[in-house]
Structure formats: structure tokens, C-alpha cells
Design a protein around this ligand. Structure first.
Ligand SMILES: C[S@@+](CC[C@H](N)C(=O)[O-])C[C@H]1O[C@@H](n2cnc3c(N)ncnc32)[C@H](O)[C@@H]1O
Length: 222
């Protein structure tokens, strides 16, 4: 099992190598942002917020606070406030947040439960936690043997979250379908770079390439 090394400051072009035009599925296949607003939960701490993609999906009157360790990522966020901090030491008081979001970031930690426990600490009773992650069995058309196991893959994510919040507190929404199309070889090369895959893997596939995306949202109520 590996921790995916965060290289957002040392290789910012890798994380930027991505095009939303590849997504052919319904726009909200991987988010769930509306639920926080429907339940009136605030503020929503977006831990490892990256470019602020989750903030862009939140309908008003959401109260969002972005947190990220990377200055390169924070330099690109337009939503405010966005602060630089470590997910393992959130600069928020106990029971102060209505929601905590950890989207596509828990696989950067040797022990994702340490970040989840920190989310639990800052959530108020009744608050909602959301983690999102990919399955290692996604993209079988490109990676037939699967991605190397990480510390927070969709295959185990629900039980990891349950180890902090309790199994009765957890709900899972999964996706598994032909959600993305890479139109040409240049797009395949960009995609493999973004996903830390060897460059030659893209030379073996025909384009356009439809990708089966697999992953899940894990919700947990405090
Ligand atoms: C794959 S990006 C995901 C960005 C965003 N959540 C999304 O889904 O689009 C992972 C983010 O986690 C951040 N990150 C990694 N380690 C972190 C840490 N220790 N504390 C805070 N943020 C961290 C990275 O800087 C990066 O912006």
C-alpha cells in the first residue's frame, strides 16, 4: 500500500493537467455539495480544497472555508476565505463546523484516520463529514490490472471512515460507469501524467478512449 505523495508545489503542472471537457456524465456524479446547504450546515470546511472546485458547486447561501497546505493550489483559488493549514492540525475550535469535506485528498496520508479524527473534532454534533475517493479498479480500459493500492481507496474508504465515526453513522454513494472520454492521444498523455501513470501505458490504447470511473462518496454524521 502506498501514500500518494503530494507534489502540488514541486510539480504544479501535473495537477493542472486535466480537462473538465473529458467528463461526459451528468455534472453532479461525484459531488453531493447541495446536501450541506439543504441541511443548513455551516460553515463547510473544505480540507485539501485544491483549486476550490467544491466551492464552485455549492449553491448559495453556503458558507465555505477552504483549507490547503499548498501555496501553489491556494494561489489558484478564487473562492474566499481560503487559508493555508495542515489537515492534521486544523486551526478551528472543537465543535465549530457544520460540515467537513475531504475530497480526493485522504490518500495523501499514511494514516487517513488522523485527518478524519481531526474532522470529527471540529464538527459539531449533528454535523456532516464527506470524503470522496477513487477506486483502484477504476479506468480498467487504461489500467487493466488496477491502480496500486493507496491508503484511502473506495474499496476500503467506508470502513476507514466508520472506524472514526462508527458504522451506524456512515452512508455510501458509489459510481461505476463510462463517465469520461479521452478524445485523442494528447488527452491520454495528459491524463496518465495527472494520474501518476507511466507514459507508455497510453501508447497501448486506441482513441477516443472511454473510461469507466469508479469511486465513492462516504458521508458520516457526528
Ligand atoms: C487531489 S487534490 C484535491 C483537491 C480538491 N479537494 C478536489 O477534489 O478537487 C489534493 C489536495 O490536498 C492537499 N493536501 C495534501 N496534503 C495536505 C495536508 N497535509 N493538509 C492540507 N491539504 C493537503 C493538496 O495540496 C491538494 O490541494
Amino acid at each position: 500500500m502506498c501514500t500518494i505523495q503530494p507534489n502540488y508545489d514541486t510539480d504544479p503542472d501535473r495537477s493542472a493537467a486535466w480537462s473538465p471537457s473529458w467528463v461526459v456524465a451528468d455534472e453532479d456524479w461525484d459531488e453531493g455539495a447541495g446536501r450541506f446547504v439543504e441541511e443548513g450546515l455551516a460553515p463547510i470546511l473544505d480540507v485539501g480544497c485544491g483549486y476550490g472546485g467544491f466551492a464552485a458547486r455549492l449553491p448559495p447561501p453556503a458558507r465555505w472555508i477552504g483549507v490547503d497546505a499548498s501555496s501553489s493550489m491556494l494561489a489558484k483559488v478564487t473562492a474566499r476565505p481560503a487559508i493555508q493549514a495542515d489537515a492534521l492540525h486544523l486551526p478551528f475550535r472543537d465543535h465549530s463546523a457544520g460540515g467537513v469535506v475531504c475530497r480526493n485528498m485522504l490518500y495523501h496520508f499514511d494514516q487517513p484516520t488522523e485527518v478524519i479524527a481531526e474532522a470529527y473534532r471540529v464538527l459539531r454534533p449533528g454535523g456532516l463529514f464527506l470524503a470522496e475517493t477513487k477506486a483502484r479498479a477504476q479506468d480498467p480500459e487504461l489500467v487493466p490490472s488496477g491502480y496500486p493500492p493507496s491508503t484511502f481507496d473506495a474499496e476500503e474508504a467506508p470502513e476507514i471512515v466508520a472506524s472514526v465515526f462508527g458504522s451506524g453513522a456512515v452512508e455510501v454513494e458509489s459510481w461505476d460507469g463510462p463517465i469520461m472520454v479521452l478524445p485523442d492521444r494528447a488527452a491520454v498523455a495528459t491524463y496518465t501524467r495527472h494520474h501518476h501513470l507511466p507514459a507508455d501505458i497510453g501508447e497501448r490504447v486506441a482513441t477516443p478512449l472511454t473510461l469507466t470511473k469508479r469511486g465513492c462518496l462516504v458521508w458520516a454524521r457526528k
